[in-house]
Design a protein around this ligand. Sequence first.
Ligand SMILES: [Zn+2]
Length: 164
Amino acid sequence: MFEASAIGGLRQFAPEAIAASLDTLKQLAQSGAPAPARAILVISGLGEGALYEADRETLWHAFEVPIFEQRHGADGALLAWECEAHEGLHIVEENAIFEQCSQGVLVTSLTDRRHPVIRVTAAFTGGLQPERCGCGRSGVRITGAAVPQDGARAGSDRRSISVS
Ligand SMILES: [Zn+2]
């Protein structure tokens, strides 16, 4: 992932895409960093809240390239990713199991042996959508996680993982 302190190098490198946490991407946007040629990847962990439309718009106005959200496990494994249809996040079934429950979404990592994550409640809200995505891919997606219920981003929405 890119560190904001390396902005000079970014200008010289002229990347195709930038993948970083939302906080780092916001710092880049505010610092006038050059836009990547193709895309911004917003990398979040399971203990972080959803990427809200306001954040997406901030990044779009700064970089004017498509924004894609990804969820990574603590071991760095890709667990879910947003496609070009922007209709939720496709689950990487060989890396994680996502289950719907009354409290939200439970996650089990299939790759993280150092810090096992077994049926842990994810911090983001949303549901699981089994129907085919607009991009044509089959498989379950995490949907409805992009808009907070109160219509505004609250600090408490980006809370830590809690074991259910
Ligand atoms: Zn898709």
